[in-house]
Design a protein around this ligand. Structure first.
Ligand code: GDP
Ligand code: MN
Length: 409
């Protein structure tokens, strides 16, 4: 965290080294979501923006109603702007919309039980956030943005300016929650990402790439160890050894032996070797499905609006995964950012208490804190179940709520 505990905000802002950044909140939303939009605004205003007064940009594919505009403006002293997204940026190109395959793809994703799969509007939303939001004329005015959504809780006072602190620390992209994607919404995203990299010869990946992938070579178990366990001779034909491993795996005999992963590696390698699409160095790499949960982002617009990310989005668009599959903006952002960003460019806002939908991040319930106040045990299923995020970010949410208000006069 940039600060431990509370900052005296008044002093912070009045300090002569403080400067307000060229930054805005941004929210794509619908008129019908007004109530939830006001809920979010109330939360962010009371915990942060009443002191900092960063403006808001609301974007919509249809015009915002008078009521929406008036009610949102009443929530804040800061500037509020309303943007209409043009038809070309929001919709799929006519040749896609008119293709019989398009409807088929929606039905099919519904039949296969893919979350939001049959919802055309959801596909458009994901596509828009993947490659369009930062190009909107209202967004172009700014250097930084903070993405928010309807129905969000900010539990804790944010008593400093995250834009300024990120700037000072040289950070470019900030997140609160990192989770795995549901595999079947992005089955081919990684293959296309790899082929994009292949086509852009000489492209150097950021170290964030390592966070999102695993290298099957690294996971290989030592041969000696296997020999001890399955009595496989070192000189045994490798193909036969693989077969034995796979058979044992299928029969469930590897459970608890610590060799399940190796068998899985073999299975994945086998599947991949059927389609040698990429050079060797890629054959042993797989997407681990991790992504920054993008409904919260504090970032520099330039992490997206640059030649590499723009070309990446264009390539994904041409390969039609925004409708043939249900590529979400979160995995697309994450993989796209991994092309250019290094770990040092990231900032984990572990001090920002955040909830959207059923996932939340509670900084006050850190392991240290809970050991004192709350006898949490790591394997206690009862507590782990209460907050999904605890499965991903151990020690941040045990479902006892976030209480982290700073004292104010
Ligand atoms: P989820 O958080 O993944 O369940 O996705 P949401 O349904 O919350 O959508 C993400 C964001 O896009 C929210 O801010 C929605 O208000 C917005 N959104 C989703 N679909 C549409 C749409 O069809 N039109 C507009 N204007 N906004 C949308
Ligand atoms: Mn949402």
């Amino acid at each position: 965290p940039f600060y431990e505990g509370c900052v005296d905000t008044k002093e912070y802002i009045e300090d002569k080294s403080y400067r307000k950044m060229n930054a805005t909140f941004v929210m794509l939303t619908r008129n019908e979501e007004l109530r939830d939009v006001l809920y979010t605004m109330n939360s962010i205003e009371s915990h942060f923006n009443q002191w900092f007064q960063y403006p808001y940009v609301f974007l919509n594919d249809v015009p915002f109603t008078e009521e929406f505009q008036n009610k949102t403006k009443e929530m804040t002293k800061a500037k509020v702007e309303f943007g209409l997204i043009n038809e070309l940026d929001w919709n799929f190109p006519p040749y896609v919309k008119e293709s019989p395959l398009f409807k088929e793809a929606m039905y099919d994703q519904g039949d296969r039980g893919i979350m939001y799969g049959p919802m055309e509007s959801y596909h458009k939303m994901c596509r828009f956030y993947s490659g369009m939001f930062y190009k909107h004329p209202l967004m172009k005015q700014y250097e930084w943005y903070w993405r928010i959504e309807p129905d969000v809780d900010f539990y804790c006072d944010i008593s400093y300016d995250p834009f300024l602190e990120m700037h000072i620390a040289g950070k470019k992209y900030g997140f609160t929650i990192l989770i795995p994607e549901i595999y079947w919404s992005v089955p081919n995203l990684f293959r296309y990402t790899q082929s994009f990299i292949q086509k852009n010869v000489g492209m150097k990946l950021g170290s964030v790439w390592k966070l999102l992938t695993y290298n099957l070579n690294i996971m290989k178990t030592d041969d000696e160890e296997i020999k001890d366990w399955v009595h496989l001779d070192k000189d045994l034909d490798p193909k036969l050894r693989e077969k034995i491993m796979l058979d044992l795996y299928k029969e469930g005999k590897l459970k608890g032996t610590g060799h399940e992963e190796e068998a899985l590696d073999i299975a994945i390698n086998k599947a991949q070797s059927k389609k040698p699409l990429f050079e060797d160095k890629f054959n042993n790499e797989e997407y681990n499905l991790c992504h920054f949960w993008s409904n919260f982002e504090i970032a520099k617009i330039s992490v997206f609006d640059n030649d590499i990310y723009n070309a990446y989005f264009k390539y994904l668009e041409e390969n039609e995964g925004f409708w043939k599959e249900r590529w979400g903006d979160a995995p697309v952002h994450s993989l796209g950012l991994a092309l250019t960003l290094d770990f040092e460019d990231l900032h984990y806002f572990r001090d920002i208490g955040y909830r959207h939908s059923i996932l939340k991040h509670c900084p006050k319930n850190s392991i240290m804190q809970s050991n004192k106040d709350f006898p949490y045990q790591e394997n206690d299923v009862k507590y782990r179940r209460k907050g999904l995020s605890s499965l991903y970010d151990k020690g941040t949410d045990y479902g006892i709520g976030c209480r982290c208000k700073c004292p104010r006069s």
